[in-house]
Design a protein. Structure first.
Length: 254
C-alpha cells in the first residue's frame, strides 16, 4: 500500500456529495438514554493503536471497536506500522469488536457498488483467516465518504454504517451514517473532543470517538498517548456507559 494518504474530493463538489449522502437512504434511530453511551473506536488500524489503545482500555475494563482494513495488514502507511493477523486474533479473543473498513480502504462514495461489495467480501475473508469465529456486524466508511447507493447496499449487511461528521447521535440521527468525533488535531482537537463528551453528558446520547495512530509524534489524523489518556479520563468522569458499537446498538434497541 502507498504511504501517501488519499485525500477525498474537496470544494463545492465534495460538499454536495456529502450533503447528498446525509440526506438520502437514511435509517433514523429512536431511543432515549438516562446517561450517555460512549464507544471508543479505531480506524484502519495502526499497531500503535493496538500497543497504546488496547492497554489503556484494558486498564479500565473497557472494550473498543476496531474497524479493520485488511489490505493494510502487516504493512506500513503514513500512520506507521499497521496491525497484524495476531493483533486481530488477540483483540477478538479478548472480547473487542472487529468491524469492517473495506479491504482496500476504498472511497465508498466513488467506488461502484459491485466493486465495493467485492472489496468488503475480500476484507471479510482475510479477517476470518485471522479469527475464524469473527462476525463483522458494523461498518465505517473510509474517509467518512458515502453515497446513497453505498448506504442502501450496505444497510442490509451491517447493523450500522459510520461516518466522520462530528456530533452526538440521538433520536432522528442516521444508523446508515452515524456521527463520530476524531481524536486528533493536537490541543485544539483535544478540546473539541472534551466539548463533545460534555455535550453527551448534558443531553445523553451516543457518542462515538475514533482514533488512528497513537504515538509521540502523531500524524495529522493521530494523537499522542497522553492525549488519548486525557480523553479516556474525561470519558470516565462523564459516567457514561462505555460500549463497543455492537453492544451500543443493542443498548439503544436499534
Amino acid at each position: 500500500m502507498s504511504v501517501q494518504p488519499y485525500i477525498p474530493s474537496g470544494g463545492l463538489t465534495g460538499k454536495l456529495v456529502r450533503m447528498n449522502a446525509r440526506l438520502r437512504a437514511r435509517r433514523p434511530m429512536t431511543f432515549a438514554l438516562d446517561r450517555p453511551i460512549i464507544s471508543i473506536t479505531f480506524d484502519d488500524f495502526p499497531r500503535s493503536a493496538v500497543t497504546h489503545g488496547r492497554a489503556a482500555l484494558s486498564n479500565r475494563g473497557w472494550l473498543g471497536t476496531w474497524y479493520a482494513a485488511s489490505g493494510f495488514t502487516a504493512g506500513d502507511t503514513h500512520h506507521g506500522a499497521m496491525m497484524t493477523c495476531d493483533d486481530i486474533r488477540t483483540l477478538a479473543e479478548a472480547g473487542h469488536e472487529i468491524a469492517c473498513h473495506t479491504h482496500s480502504h476504498t472511497d465508498s462514495a466513488r467506488t461502484p457498488v459491485e466493486a465495493l461489495l467485492a472489496d468488503i467480501d475480500r476484507n471479510a475473508d482475510a479477517l476470518h483467516q485471522a479469527a475464524p469465529a469473527l462476525k463483522l456486524e458494523n461498518y465505517a466508511f473510509p474517509f467518512g465518504e458515502a453515497s446513497p447507493a453505498s448506504k442502501t447496499a450496505l444497510q442490509a449487511r451491517f447493523s450500522t454504517l459510520r461516518g466522520v461528521r462530528p456530533g452526538v447521535n440521538r433520536t432522528g440521527d442516521d444508523l446508515n451514517l452515524l456521527k463520530a468525533v476524531g481524536i486528533d488535531g493536537g490541543q485544539d482537537g483535544l478540546d473539541r473532543v472534551l466539548d463533545w463528551i460534555g455535550d453527551a453528558q448534558r443531553k445523553p446520547g451516543w457518542l462515538i470517538l475514533y482514533a488512528h495512530d497513537i504515538q509521540d509524534s502523531p500524524t495529522d489524523w493521530g494523537c499522542t498517548p497522553r492525549e488519548f489518556e486525557m480523553v479516556l479520563e474525561a470519558v470516565a468522569r462523564s459516567a457514561a456507559d462505555v460500549l463497543t458499537v455492537r453492544d451500543a446498538v443493542k443498548a439503544i434497541g436499534a
